[in-house]
Design a protein around this ligand. Structure first.
Ligand code: PMT
Length: 315
């Protein structure tokens, strides 16, 4: 089978997401409106994909990613003037609301009585400043229409929506940035090999056979968005193999940048690997304790590289 058919083939073996046509037209309108304004647009992917074991899914395989990297990066991209298409795992962290992810609505509000003995619900004093800050940031983003959030759950949803997003972004050429922070499953069960109903434990021990998911970076760089600035991520638990794997990825897929991170230190240190250089971006322990996020340094560094790339294309 030709390499091209291998990537295409997976789309015939996975289920089309629900309401795919509606979601595709939301994505297309978002990109078209920012194209008309001449804005830079970034696609941020975030969170992990699930791999269902049954068509009427009860059980699935998942991974650790909660979307911290993607959701915080989306906020900094917005701050730096980008329109953001945020393709994220449903119920993973989202820009702005992520700041309250450890709290329930019941922690944030209280019942208070006015002098007329009327009961009202008010925000607790200790959270007021924080909520006001995030709410006003969110409100100005909402009014400018510069953020579109699109949800996925399974690997199949992710792949279809990734391809649709890239095909829409193609029209803005080098003004598009792809920032692929999602942790995507490397294995899946084709739909024709998946049982329809819940697998029964009474049938005994379960043996699974999973197929390999082709790396979508290949068609993405070559066919879907050939003029875009593409940033992939590489996560390892063994630091020793990180640089080699990142360089191999650049050679294989011919994109612009790999951001390499190690599972345990990913919130404090990453390595930018490009064809010509390797550079650490990090925050100190003091900065971390003061609530500074590494993405506040990653995004300006990505923007600088993206603009150098744009200038080279335009000169
Ligand atoms: O969400 P958090 O908890 O904050 O965690 C953030 C993170 C650690 C998940 C993130 O920083 C990160 O490193 N994401 C990439 C994880 C990874 O190593 O992916 P990978 O080696 O499977 O894929 C490498 C690149 O190829 C990724 O950019 C991925 O988007 C892309 N890919 C992967 C699989 C696939 N079939 N096609 C792809 O294009």
């Amino acid at each position: 089978m030709a390499e091209h058919d291998k990537w295409d083939d997976i789309f015939t073996r996975i289920a089309v997401p629900e309401q795919f046509d509606e979601t595709k037209s939301r994505i297309n309108s978002f990109i078209d409106s920012h194209k008309a304004l001449g804005k830079d647009v970034v696609l941020v992917t975030s969170g992990g994909t699930t791999v269902p074991l049954e068509s009427r899914t009860v059980r699935f395989i998942d991974n650790f990613s909660v979307g911290t990297r993607g959701s915080s990066s989306a906020e900094y991209f917005l701050q730096h003037g980008y329109a953001v298409l945020f393709l994220h795992r449903s119920r993973s962290l989202k820009p702005f609301s992520r700041h309250f992810s450890r709290l329930s609505v019941l922690d944030l509000i209280e019942i208070s009585c006015t002098h007329a003995d009327l009961e009202t619900l008010t925000v607790k004093d200790c959270y007021r400043a924080k909520i006001k800050k995030q709410l006003s940031l969110y409100e100005s983003v909402r009014q400018s229409g510069s953020l579109l959030c699109v949800e996925f759950t399974s690997l199949a949803d992710y792949l279809y929506l990734l391809r649709a997003s890239c095909q829409a972004l193609h029209s803005i050429g080098p003004k598009a940035v792809l920032y692929l922070a999602a942790a995507v499953s490397d294995f899946y069960i084709p739909k024709n090999e998946m049982p329809e109903h819940k697998i029964q434990s009474s049938d005994g021990a379960l043996q699974l056979s999973l197929q390999l998911v082709p790396k979508m970076l290949k068609p993405l760089v070559k066919d879907w968005v050939p003029s875009a600035f593409v940033v992939s991520f590489k996560l390892e638990t063994d630091e020793q193999i990180l640089v080699k794997k990142s360089k191999d990825s650049l050679t294989k897929y011919q994109h612009q940048l790999v951001i390499a991170n190690v599972l345990d230190t990913r919130k404090q240190k990453v390595l930018f690997v490009s064809r010509l250089s390797e550079e650490f971006v990090s925050i100190s322990s003091e900065e971390m304790a003061a609530g500074i996020e590494i993405e506040s340094k990653i995004i300006p560094a990505v923007k600088q590289r993206h603009h150098e790339f744009l200038n080279q294309r335009q000169s």
